[in-house]
Design a protein around this ligand. Structure first.
Ligand SMILES: [Zn+2]
Length: 209
């Protein structure tokens, strides 16, 4: 059996032991409670599909804590109320309007393949979906060559796009929703958060905390 698949099955057993187990015939497990009460996460995360950037794992969250949508390069498109199939916008709508999350975190990361694809379009072969998706980022008006700089700039672009959704704009204005832009450095595991006050990314937590 494939090693990763074997690890997955072991993980699945561990998950059930930790979150689904009955205590002396009484089912008070977290999953049981979540099934009865439903989900009510306070935080939504938009993250990249990259296998190294799993928000629940990085933030050590439990089932029910995070409402997550992952896509190539953690991009948020602008509000386009047409008949196309907008998966990320649908997830945003559900998280913000139905679940009423209080925080929306857009989680970018280093070494993003999506950003790399945008910078090296000539290397793409038959990747029409990726090319079109990555065209959400404008790297022509003031082009950069650096993947990390582009990834951070894309976070700001996604933030601007967020505000084109009236139900997000309204909640942000009323302080019912806070949007955070985070950048995860794969090599060091560090997260920096964008400070709108200082116009720069700063360490999310002091390591001495
Ligand atoms: Zn990525």
């Amino acid at each position: 059996m494939d090693a990763t698949f074997h690890k997955m099955l072991q993980g699945y057993r561990g998950f059930r032991e930790k979150y689904v187990r009955c205590e002396e015939g009484v089912d008070s497990s977290l999953m049981h409670r979540l099934a009865v009460d439903g989900q009510s996460p306070e935080v939504m995360v938009v993250a990249c599909s990259d296998a190294r950037v799993d928000p629940a794992l990085i933030l050590q969250c439990e089932p029910g804590d995070l409402f997550v949508v992952r896509n190539v390069a953690n991009l948020i498109p602008p509000n386009e109320p047409d008949a196309s199939h907008h998966g990320t916008s649908a997830a945003l709508e559900f998280g913000v309007c139905n679940l009423n999350v209080k925080h929306l975190i857009i989680l970018g990361h280093s070494q993003c393949g999506g950003m790399d694809a945008l910078l090296n379009r000539s290397e793409l072969k038959q990747n029409d979906f990726i090319t079109n998706w990555m065209s959400l980022i404008d790297n022509e008006t003031d082009p950069v060559e650096d993947v990390e700089i582009l990834a951070k700039r894309a976070l700001l672009s996604s933030y601007e796009n967020c505000l084109t959704f009236p139900w997000i704009r309204e909640r942000v204005r009323e302080n019912k929703l806070k949007i955070d832009l985070w950048f995860f450095e794969i090599k060091t595991g560090e997260i920096s958060a964008y400070s709108f006050k200082h116009n720069q990314f700063q360490s999310l937590v002091d390591d001495n905390d």
